[in-house]
Design a protein around this ligand. Structure first.
Ligand code: NAD
Length: 433
């Protein structure tokens, strides 16, 4: 079998302004417009407050490499809004990390927690680093150094980090360990996405991908589609992509194409999802998995299918490829995978887009469950967690779908409106002093 290696990820040319945060803010203001917040709360500066981060902190991290040389990395934590509760948001270790990207991610995060109905605000942080290229001990030193820089800024009732791109249970455990050494006490609830034996929650690892498919199942049902007769394509095969693949497979849906940073795979009869997950865990990539044809990474996005799940990075579906998309439903596992212009095209073409701030809330919902279990030091079974997750995902989707139907707007418009209303209300209730 041959494999096709594609070049490293590059920012797609979107034809839009470079700042992902500016674009996120423009989209927000467009969706906020029908709510007339400045008329409803005159002179309260609500829109400005909702689009300006509370705090942005940047750090210089020095790391002694295994060969004795020293490298410097930039790192950030953006605390965007805590009107609904403590800041909450993941940590991303990736070369694309900039203050601008973190601001956009933190912005989406507080909208997401509002849609999810969990008592948190929004934050995001990360390090601009090619993390996979570091040795294991370099990774641990860098992560613990970052944890110490964040010490004092984060906490169980102030700001609770979680995993994101290139971070997982291992990094969460290292961070908790650094804080335990600094404080001399365990405060498990100050970070979520931990390993089970350090106070993690059952079901957290697969929660985002699984939650996506729970919502997708409802959307497909509403559109009269039977998942068992449908095909799905997944871009990105990390935490979210694998969780989504597993749940699709469990529901009898055929996953026909997947991609990761190294390439794509296609099998129109359906990929062997269990074998693919095992192969990825063993080798670190989907590339080379048997019984599939190697295709270009980006062709996966435009493969004919019923469901497309972008689960890699932002700006994957742009004005450059949107007309080639052949899916009937796009369910956004990633944050910000569709640019605003591309979204408008999809809406005009009648493609149903399940927006990120609804679709990928499974992770933050089970992070909330983890935080609750840490506070009570009493833990739920896997079945209990999945049942609670399923109930919440379906209820949240119904609220968004009902609003979309009543007002004849897209699911994205409806989800934004719900989030914006909830936060605007909290902002005005708490006063301004
Ligand atoms: P991850 O690091 O586990 O996986 C990312 C995957 O995307 C990897 O397989 C990588 O190879 C692939 N990838 C990167 N660039 C690509 C490209 N151009 N084409 C194809 N594949 C590419 O990260 P993750 O935690 O799965 O996060 C993925 C997305 O989901 C991000 O947008 C993240 O913010 C979002 N998200 C994650 C969580 C979570 O709980 N982990 C929750 C909500 C949203």
């Amino acid at each position: 079998m041959t494999t096709t290696m594609t070049p490293p990820v590059q920012e797609p040319t979107t034809g839009l302004a470079d700042s992902v945060f500016d674009r996120a803010r423009t989209t927000f203001l467009k969706f906020a417009e029908p709510l007339k917040l400045n008329e409803k709360y005159p002179g309260r500066g609500v829109l400005e407050r909702m689009t300006t981060p509370d705090k942005t902190v940047s750090f210089r991290l020095s790391l002694e490499m295994d060969d004795g040389t020293v490298r410097i990395f930039k790192a950030y934590r953006v605390q965007f809004n805590d009107d609904l509760g403590p800041y909450k948001g993941g940590l991303r270790f990736h070369p694309s990390v900039t203050e601008d990207e973190m601001k956009a991610m933190a912005f989406w995060m507080y909208l997401k927690t509002a849609v999810a109905g969990v008592p948190f605000g929004g934050a995001k942080g990360g390090i601009a680093v090619d993390y996979p290229s570091l040795s294991r001990s370099e990774k641990e030193r860098l992560t613990k150094r970052f944890a110490l820089m964040l010490h004092g800024l984060v906490g169980a009732s102030t700001d609770i980090p979680a995993p994101d791109v290139n971070t997982g249970q291992r990094e969460m455990a290292w961070m908790l360990d650094a804080w335990r050494m600094a404080d001399g006490t365990y405060s498990r609830a100050m970070i979520t996405g931990k390993p089970l034996d350090m106070g993690g929650s059952e079901g957290r690892a697969e929660a985002t991908g699984r939650g996506c498919i729970i919502t997708l199942g409802e959307v497909a049902g509403d559109m009269g589609m039977d998942m068992k007769r449908c095909t799905a394509v997944i871009q990105g095969f990390g935490n979210v992509g694998r969780g989504a693949a597993h749940e699709l497979h469990r529901r009898g849906c055929k996953v026909i194409a997947v991609s990761d940073i190294n390439g794509g795979l296609l099998n129109l009869s359906g990929l062997d999802v269990e074998a693919l997950i095992a192969h990825t865990q063993r080798t670190g990539s989907i590339v080379g998995c048997p019984n599939a044809k190697a295709i270009d990474r980006d062709l996966v996005l435009t493969t004919r299918c019923d469901f497309l799940i972008p689960a890699a990075l932002e700006d994957s579906i742009t004005i450059n490829n949107v007309n080639d998309i052949q899916a009937k439903i796009i369910c956004e596992g990633a944050n910000g995978p569709t640019t605003h212009k591309a979204d408008e095209v999809l809406h005009r073409k009648g493609v149903c887009v399940v927006p990120d701030i609804l679709a990928n809330t499974g992770g933050v919902i089970v992070s909330y469950f983890e935080w609750v279990q840490n506070h009570q030091e009493l833990y739920w079974t896997h079945e209990e967690v999945i049942e609670k997750l399923t109930t919440r995902m379906i209820a949240n989707y119904r609220k968004v779908a009902d609003r979309a139907k009543d007002r004849d707007v897209s699911l994205r418009q409806a989800a934004y409106e719900l989030a914006i209303e909830r936060i605007a209300h909290a902002i005005t209730e708490r006063g301004v002093q």
